[in-house]
Design a protein around this ligand. Structure first.
Ligand code: CP
Length: 310
């Protein structure tokens, strides 16, 4: 791997993304076995440092670490000595003093994982930093798309919803562009950043045209907790104009793969009749999340081979 840490997918090499995806497919086979465990990271210690809520990413990383036989420690900011006024730097350096090999960190501040690399020598993996990047989500999304279609180059992927507040969108844009996919962003003008076309993507505010164009829709959550007021007239209007509903999809006579990184606002950006349908690969994304994070940990921590032979 060219980079020691995984902080984001901006300028991340295509060959390293490909290696992660290929390795994820190998580990997915491990996850299908009765005993879903290999000794690859035996003796390695990984801290999951979460300063923000998470269901999928935290559990997925913890499972990936356990499946690779690493020792794992979970740190939750809300129950730590940060609440007594200890600084981020002191917290990080105390963890480092306990001889850890890697930190998986989620933090509400963009750039926090990069900041952490200045304080400790452990390998840092970004599990989502504010509205900046969520690289492991984008890698599991690419793994899922590759598994479904067999290729990424030339694939037409639409990312629909709250682009401005989405770290998933930015990491998917960087990763998919690097792998040669075509991307169209769709959502209300108030939730699409100005000049985003400079990243080499298309913008189309008409969701029906985007559905006609796309091979896959990655539907994003409306992040009400990150918005100030006034960005949307109402949730009902958002659903009417941009919601991925069965009625809307039935007007288009085509096969389309539906993705969502979770957590979903059912009845807002996506309806249950779509999210729970056969064309949705949302739960397969979750499974691929474990396999992809196993691959990332394995490749960054220099583990032994999947069979434990070397
Ligand atoms: N997709 C995602 O990051 O979900 P969580 O916030 O539950 O980790």
């Amino acid at each position: 791997m060219k980079h020691r840490h995984l902080l984001g997918l901006k300028d991340y090499p295509a060959e390293d993304i490909k290696s992660i995806i290929d390795t994820a497919f190998t580990f997915k086979e491990v996850l299908e076995r009765p005993i879903k465990k290999v000794p690859s990271l035996n003796g390695k210690t990984i801290v999951n440092l979460f300063f923000e809520n998470s269901t999928r990413t935290r559990i997925s990383f913890e499972l990936a670490q356990k499946r690779l036989s690493a020792d794992t420690v979970n740190f939750s900011a809300s129950t730590s000595s940060l609440k007594k006024g200890e600084t981020f730097k002191d917290t990080a350096q105390n963890l480092e003093a306990m001889k850890i090999d890697a930190v998986v960190m989620r933090h509400p501040t963009p750039g926090a994982p990069l900041h952490l690399t200045k304080y400790i020598d452990a390998i840092i993996i970004n599990a989502g930093d504010g509205t900046h990047e969520h690289p492991t989500q984008a890698i599991l999304d690419m793994t899922s798309l590759h598994e479904k279609f067999g290729y990424l180059k030339g694939l037409k992927v639409a990312i629909i919803g709250d682009i401005s507040h989405s770290r998933v969108a930015l990491s998917n844009i960087y990763g998919l562009k690097t792998m040669g996919a075509e991307i169209t962003l769709c959502g209300p003008a108030t939730l699409i950043p100005p000049f985003v076309e400079d990243l080499g993507v298309n913008v189309n505010y008409n969701v029906d045209e985007v559905i006609e164009w796309a091979d896959a829709l990655n539907v994003l959550r409306i992040q009400r907790e990150r918005m100030g007021g006034g960005l949307l007239p109402s949730i009902r209007e958002y659903r009417n104009l941009f919601g991925i509903t069965r009625e809307r999809l039935s007007q288009h006579n085509k096969e389309l793969v539906i993705m969502h990184p979770g957590p979903m606002n059912r009845g807002v950006e996506i309806d249950s009749s779509v999210a729970d349908s056969d064309q949705a690969i949302i739960l397969n994304q979750v499974l691929n999340g474990v396999a992809s994070r196993m691959a990332i940990l394995y490749l960054l921590l220099g583990g032994k081979s999947e069979g434990g032979k070397d």
